[in-house]
Design a protein around this ligand. Structure first.
Ligand SMILES: NC(=O)c1ccc[n+]([C@@H]2O[C@H](COP(=O)([O-])OP(=O)(O)OC[C@H]3O[C@@H](n4cnc5c(N)ncnc54)[C@H](O)[C@@H]3O)[C@@H](O)[C@H]2O)c1
Length: 268
């Protein structure tokens, strides 16, 4: 499948890197439109073709256009690829907020369109990729796109597009919450007198180890938490600060709701 990615910043590059490095996508069949010279240089290092401006369909012949620009500029940028979709190219969008109907307004509802919400651990094959397709997207296209997404991590098909705002709030934005937790844990270590380097190492490794223990889903996170918590011990003392009156749960619900509301705002 000849893939043309439009915009290759933080998220687009994270996905593309795994597609190419896994061998799922050949650099020969990959093109990237990216105005930033630095952005083009790192794509060129993967062996893919780069363009500062949209190539004509004759020049590239894309079968899949991957829209990976910011949602706020999508309406200005996406129409330049109408000639490619008119020749049969499908569209995969990773933009937050924008519903499939927005792309159908640009390309027509006969154009196969898939909307995916990725996250940045996609770069190392540990992403969460949740997608939904329009009626025009056939089984063969979806199977090919899933093969690409599987190189980025776990893949889930949504039942309805309305789930996408909540998915964005949880897994799309979620890595940032976890990174901030790691920052906060490290800063707490420094406040307790540890060096910055040691505190950062403890925080990073603890997050990694805990995530790996929780990853297979076989043991409930609540049970994993109980295994750390001796009655009347240190963890119980610490957790009381998080759990009394559901302090952390209340905050996480507010965090997720703010992100979901912003996703809804971006769609209008
Ligand atoms: N960063 C994330 O964690 C994340 C997660 C899920 C979804 N997304 C979605 O991914 C999309 C990209 O986000 P990002 O974080 O990678 O942003 P980014 O700013 O890092 O990347 C956007 C890229 O688009 C390029 N660009 C600007 N104008 C262009 C044009 N006319 N043609 C082609 N490229 C152009 C920019 O140079 C930039 O490299 C957004 O729609 C966002 O909602 C991001």
């Amino acid at each position: 499948m000849r893939v043309l990615m439009v915009g290759c910043g933080n998220m687009g590059f994270a996905m593309l890197k795994a597609w190419i490095e896994s061998g799922c996508l050949s650099p020969d069949e990959t093109g990237v439109v990216e105005p930033s010279e630095e952005g083009r240089a790192r794509v060129a290092a993967l062996g893919a073709s780069t363009f500062a401006d949209p190539p004509s369909p004759d020049d590239f012949g894309a079968e899949l256009i991957v829209l990976a620009v910011k949602p706020q500029v999508m309406a200005d940028i996406a129409p330049a690829y109408r000639s490619a979709t008119a020749r049969g190219a499908a569209v995969l969008s990773i933009a937050a907020g924008l519903p499939i109907r927005r792309y159908e307004e640009i390309y027509g509802d006969q154009t196969p369109i898939i909307r995916v919400m990725p996250n940045t651990p996609a770069a190392i094959g540990e992403g969460m990729m949740a997608y939904i397709a329009n009626d025009a997207a056939g089984g063969a296209l979806i199977a090919n796109v899933r093969k690409l997404l599987e190189t980025n991590g776990a893949v889930a098909e949504l039942e309805e597009e309305s789930q996408m705002d909540a998915v964005t709030a949880i897994s799309g934005s979620g890595p940032a919450y976890v990174f901030h937790f790691i920052e906060a844990l490290a800063e707490a270590g420094e406040k307790l007198g540890l060096s910055a380097d040691l505190a950062a190492l403890l925080a990073r490794q603890t997050a990694l180890g805990a995530a790996k223990l929780a990853a297979d889903g076989e043991t409930d996170p609540a049970e994993l938490r109980r295994q750390v918590t001796s009655p009347n011990g240190t963890t119980a003392a610490g957790l009381a600060m998080m759990m009394t009156d559901d302090r952390l749960k209340t905050m996480m619900a507010e965090v997720a709701d703010a992100a979901r509301r912003r996703s809804i705002e971006l769609s209008s």
